[in-house]
Write a protein that binds this ligand. Structure first.
Ligand SMILES: [Fe+2]
Length: 347
């Protein structure tokens, strides 16, 4: 078995592969690591056959849909999952066959209704059902502490105590543990009585995870995160440095259109000399009158350099093949002490 654990902050994902057949699966992929999964698989001569989420994540952005598309593999989740982009729904007792490896599905509801663990050879991917020294929380959508108690004591912890535990989260840098170690030392597993366990889980008062609404929105729908939208836009446009733009303006470059896509008040307060105002919200509707020549060299700018990247990508999509985005924004421009122009007073 080829095995890689990939840490992204507190998130853990896994690449597990069969040496004999070169088939592999990725478990709980995170959106910023797509290139890494592909590179690790390539390094080990593996073909990713399945992309598996142990549950609907509320605390990180799943890369399942995107990764599965790239490698032409199905997204696998438990049948209780409501995510529409799942290709293969599995049930308790099913096996996902990865070459000669057998990933045995254990339905372990509790953290979420669609939570499952995957047992393969000497180890188990526990998702957020069992963490090192903890368990998944049960206060997020579809969480159920009574079900978690049953999943742990009635199912997961009945596996061989020597089984290695690889969770979907680990915040203290530990690699793995065993079921036996958890049974002996995990504080939550010392509370064997169901009612006491439920009371314990209810008393935790945990903070909401950051980005929970965005994570649930995108993970449940297969939609894109804001970071993804920005990354895709950034990958599709060239940029111009602030120094380059300053020099071109100083040299009187009349070919270049500086397009400020902020709102009018921001533009009026101070903009790059000669910058034309066309707020991002009106870009598509006013582009024909404001930018009649699609061959012009256009550099978009905004306050922080993000909206301008989206605007440049939109312009490119619309056929402005020389649209570029400013590498930076007006905040950085002002801080650099570069020239500014204020709008003439309005009458
Ligand atoms: Fe989770």
């Amino acid at each position: 078995m080829l095995f890689e654990q990939i840490a992204t902050g507190g998130c853990r994902s896994y690449l597990v592969g069969c040496q004999a057949t070169c088939a592999a699966a990725v478990v709980d992929p995170e959106v910023s690591q797509i290139d890494r999964y592909l590179a690790l698989a390539a390094r080990d001569g593996l073909r990713i056959r399945y992309v598996i989420d142990t549950h609907t994540h509320a605390d990180h952005f799943s890369a399942s849909k995107q990764l599965a598309r790239k490698v032409d593999a199905p997204v696998v989740m438990h049948r209780e999952s409501t995510v529409p982009t799942v290709d293969m729904r599995v049930d308790d007792g099913d096996m996902v066959v990865v070459g000669k490896l057998r990933l045995q599905v254990l339905h372990t509801p509790g953290h979420t209704r669609d939570s499952m663990c995957l047992h393969v050879e000497d180890r188990v991917f526990t998702g957020d059902t069992l963490l090192i020294g903890g368990t998944g929380r049960t206060d997020l959508p579809t969480g159920d502490s009574s079900a978690l108690h049953d999943s742990l004591f009635g199912k997961l912890l009945r596996l061989d105590p020597a089984t290695l535990v690889f969770p979907a989260h680990e915040y203290k840098g530990r690699d793995h543990t065993t079921l036996g170690e958890e049974l002996a030392g995990n504080p939550r597993l010392q509370v064997r009585d169901r009612d006491e366990f439920v009371a314990l889980m209810a008393s935790l008062n945990l903070d909401m995870p950051t980005h929970i609404t965005e994570a649930l929105r995108t993970n449940l729908s297969g939609g894109k995160t804001v970071a993804q939208m920005l990354a895709e836009a950034a990958a599709s446009v060239p940029f111009m440095s602030m120094a380059q733009l300053r020099d071109r303006i100083a040299a009187g470059d009349t070919e270049l259109v500086v397009l400020d896509v902020r709102e009018r008040e921001a533009w009026e307060a101070g903009h790059i000399p000669s910058a034309k105002l066309l707020p991002r919200g009106q870009l598509e509707l006013r582009v024909n009158e404001e930018l009649p020549d699609p061959t012009r060299h256009i550099v978009t700018c905004c306050e922080f350099g993000r909206i301008s990247t989206l605007a440049a990508a939109t312009l490119r999509e619309m056929g402005f093949q020389r649209a570029v985005a400013l590498d930076g924004g007006m905040k950085a421009w002002r801080e650099a002490g570069y020239p500014l122009e204020a709008a003439p007073p309005r009458h």
